[in-house]
Write a new protein. Structure first.
Length: 309
């Protein structure tokens, strides 16, 4: 599949807002501002917030809107350099060595130079992101950095400061053009200050009711207007309840889609109970809503909508 044509970077905050909205991402001005500055200053953008508020989606939308390749490094406990940056194709290297030895003319210096060449280098996401050409640098998404350990964070410092990585056998590999770097964290642990200093920072919060309704309208346009209003009102109140895990924007969209699939045009207690597993993923949270909390929230939403019109 051919890559989409690269688009020019936005030249203002308003351009950045329009870029995001054109890709159906409803952002506030604060996010558009820090994203614009990140692009202009060629600084990584560190996005922190609860799971499901749309941090990862920002990188996806940015890559799509700019016509850039998205390279995603999904972080996990135990992530190492071989998986994130590069490794050598040891099997192919061994075949090369055996073939050299079979000729009977083995020059160890030449052999070492041959086997530790670009031909046998496997580029993992980070090194791949440093290989972009002028005007076509990819978007590098380092997703859920808080899942890794501090040793991996330390390794990232050189990359985020100078957009380069050192491969001992080849030397330092520098990006021709710095990739657009988006780093996300769900804040399951604190990220070290040394890494944060190399980035611009933004806390991605849950949207207010007006913005969340606009998101639902854009993402689930077939949903009944009244249903969308009730869904957003219910979830806005649900997030104020002391739950183990409050639903994110992704769950809002999923719930509106699920209710639309069921041909619902409004919420009722039975429907909330039957579909609550779309919103909540922990049994204690579900039990609390089913024991009367859900009905109370729904009554509040209906009363508010009635008063409004």
């Amino acid at each position: 599949m051919s890559q989409p044509k690269s688009q020019a970077l936005p030249q203002s905050i308003d351009d950045t807002l329009a870029l995001l909205q054109g890709a159906d991402y409803v952002a506030d001005r604060a996010l558009a501002t820090v994203l614009f500055l990140s692009l202009r200053m060629e600084r990584p953008l560190f996005l922190e917030g609860e799971a499901g508020v749309g941090k990862t989606e920002i990188a996806k939308v940015l890559a799509s809107a700019l016509g850039r390749r998205l390279i995603r490094l999904q972080c996990y406990e135990g992530l190492d350099v071989a998986s994130a940056v590069y490794e050598w194709n040891y099997a192919a290297q061994m075949i090369e060595i055996r073939m050299e030895e079979a000729t009977g003319h083995v020059d160890r210096n030449v052999m070492e130079k041959n086997v530790f060449s670009e031909k046998y280098l496997i580029r993992r996401p980070i090194l791949d992101a440093l290989s972009g050409k002028d005007g076509k640098a990819p978007v590098l998404l380092i997703d859920e950095l808080d899942r890794t350990d501090e040793a991996f964070e330390a390794f990232l410092l050189e990359i985020l400061s100078d957009f380069q990585v050192t491969v001992p056998e080849l030397g330092t590999i520098r990006a021709e053009e710095a990739p657009i770097v988006i780093i996300t964290s769900n804040r399951t642990r604190e990220i070290h200050d040394a890494l944060k200093r190399r980035c611009l920072y933004h806390w991605v919060d849950y949207p207010d009711a007006v913005r969340e309704l606009e998101i639902v309208t854009r993402k689930v346009p077939e949903a009944n207007k009244r249903l969308s209003q009730e869904v957003v009102g219910f979830i806005q109140r649900l997030r104020q309840v002391d739950l183990f895990k409050a639903p994110g924007v992704a769950e809002t969209i999923d719930w509106a889609s699920a209710l639309t699939e069921l041909d619902k045009i409004a919420l009722d207690p039975e429907t909330v109970s039957d579909t609550i597993g779309v919103l909540l993923k922990y049994q204690d949270d579900i039990a609390r809503i089913e024991q009367g909390e859900g009905r109370r929230l729904l009554d509040e939403v209906r009363a508010e909508l009635s008063d409004a019109g």
